[in-house]
Design a protein around this ligand. Structure first.
Ligand code: NAI
Length: 254
């Protein structure tokens, strides 16, 4: 049987890069699908230098056209697709008052339309490949809300219930594709650390203290702690799981 293939959106950074690493080490060819082509290509070089099988494709998850062409590229170059990690997302904050409609629409276009389009274009190829596993990266804010992230919370809640709807659709058609969501807590990635770096100390310091204080395990998570759970959901070890929501949050939502 040919090597299994996994496509990871936002695979050039943070949780996506850690997921790609875990999946490559589990024997997959990994396709890093990212809007940042240079960063994705650099990551591919690092994987190859470690004898891991990887390639890159440029993709804007909010664009139907680039999804169509990315999946065509995967089918032409790899001949199959077994795992889709819908991970790319943006984390713009804002209260109801400070969030413009433009910001709301941008967050929804990437975080929600991106997952919808990924499922729509990748799942048919996964079915032609004999089935597989989709992992949608939501957030703790898809389960509980935060008044400082109105658009982001809305988008991640949508990912949570869309995951269940698509899981039911696939199961009812006996398509062989399982669909689950994961809900990370606060993870030390460029998204979080970058936002922290540009936020005034008098705002970020109490926020971090409050966040860590609300996390029973008392710390932020690391990207590889998500990568390992994603690799589990991609594997046959999770073969009776579909439509599930898996929190990886140090107990934040417990
Ligand atoms: P990150 O900023 O480190 O990485 C995001 C990646 O997505 C980047 O490589 C970026 O180029 C790519 N990307 C952004 N927009 C894109 C687009 N339109 N098309 C294709 N690629 C695009 O972020 P991080 O923290 O690794 O986040 C990954 C996912 O995890 C996101 O969906 C985020 O909402 C979610 N998440 C992160 C948490 C955290 O604490 N870091 C907590 C809960 C969820």
């Amino acid at each position: 049987m040919s090597q299994k293939v996994a496509l990871i959106t936002g695979g050039a950074s943070g949780i996506g890069l850690a997921a790609a690493d875990a999946l490559a080490r589990a024997g997959h060819h990994v396709v890093l699908a990212d809007i940042q082509a240079e960063a994705a290509n650099a990551a591919v070089e690092t994987f190859r230098s470690q004898q891991l099988s990887a390639s890159a494709v440029q993709l804007d998850v909010s664009s139907e056209e680039t999804w169509r062409s990315a999946i065509e590229t995967v089918e032409r170059e790899q001949g199959r697709l077994d795992v889709l990690v819908n991970n790319a997302g943006i984390g713009e904050g804002g209260t109801l008052e400070s969030t413009s409609l433009e910001t709301f629409n941008r967050v929804m276009a990437i975080n929600v339309n991106g997952v919808f389009l990924g499922c729509k274009y990748a799942i048919p190829l996964m079915e032609r490949s004999g089935g597989g596993s989709v992992i949608n990266v939501s957030s703790i804010f898809g389960i509980v809300a935060d008044q400082l992230t109105v658009a982001y919370s809305a988008s991640k809640g949508a990912v949570r219930t869309m995951t269940k709807a698509v899981a039911l659709d696939c199961a009812s058609r006996n398509s062989g594709v399982r669909v689950n969501s994961i809900h990370p807590g606060f993870i030390e990635t460029p998204m979080v650390m970058g936002a922290a770096a540009v936020t005034p100390a008098e705002i970020i310091e109490p926020y971090v203290a409050r966040t860590v204080g609300q996390t029973p395990m008392g710390r932020f998570g690391q990207p590889d702690e998500l990568g390992d759970v994603i690799a589990f959901l991609a594997s046959d070890a999770s073969r009776f799981m579909t439509g599930s929501e898996v929190t990886v949050d140090g107990g934040f939502t417990a």
